[in-house]
Design a protein around this ligand. Structure first.
Ligand code: FES
Ligand code: FES
Length: 149
């Protein structure tokens, strides 16, 4: 049975090694903040971090996550203190329906770790997640706000 380290805790998950990580997170561990959108690595709703790098968990097998630090949206706040990205999202009221937003926040958090002050072109290149509510302008503003925090 694969063992996954998720948000700092070990979990044995009773799944096949080629099971998408998304399903192990949601169905086996009960972390439902990570969403299913397309299932084919296009929308980004399922974005989590493996060793700090954003990946699309619908298309990442559990076997690829074994031995890595997995972080989900539930693990971003530390001792109840929201991350600067989460705070910027709240301050700017980014979400509409909210469905895409945990994936957005995870993708943006990984971007800011790599590029603390991204340009608009770098944001465009890195954040390819889809928001059906069209919150892109607010997302861009929140990224710049978080980068300046
Ligand atoms: S559900 Fe994974 S990219 Fe859309
Ligand atoms: S806020 Fe609704 S899909 Fe992005």
């Amino acid at each position: 049975m694969p063992t996954l380290t998720i948000n700092g805790q070990s979990h044995n998950v009773d799944v096949e090694p080629n099971t998408p990580l998304l399903w192990a997170l949601r169905e086996n561990v009960g972390l439902t903040g990570t969403k299913y959108g397309c299932g084919i690595a296009q929308c980004g709703a399922c974005t989590v971090h493996l060793d700090g790098v954003a990946v699309r968990s619908c298309s990442t097998p559990v076997s690829a996550a074994v031995g890595k630090q997995i972080t989900t949206i539930e693990g971003l706040a530390v001792n109840g203190a929201l991350s600067k990205v989460q705070k910027a999202w709240l301050d700017l009221d980014v979400p509409q329906c909210g469905y895409c937003q945990s994936g957005m926040i995870m993708a943006v958090t990984a971007l800011l770790r790599e590029k603390p002050k991204p340009t608009d072109a770098e944001i465009n290149g890195a954040i390819t997640n889809i928001c059906r509510c069209g919150t892109y302008q607010q997302i861009r503003a929140a990224i710049h706000a978080a980068a300046s925090a």
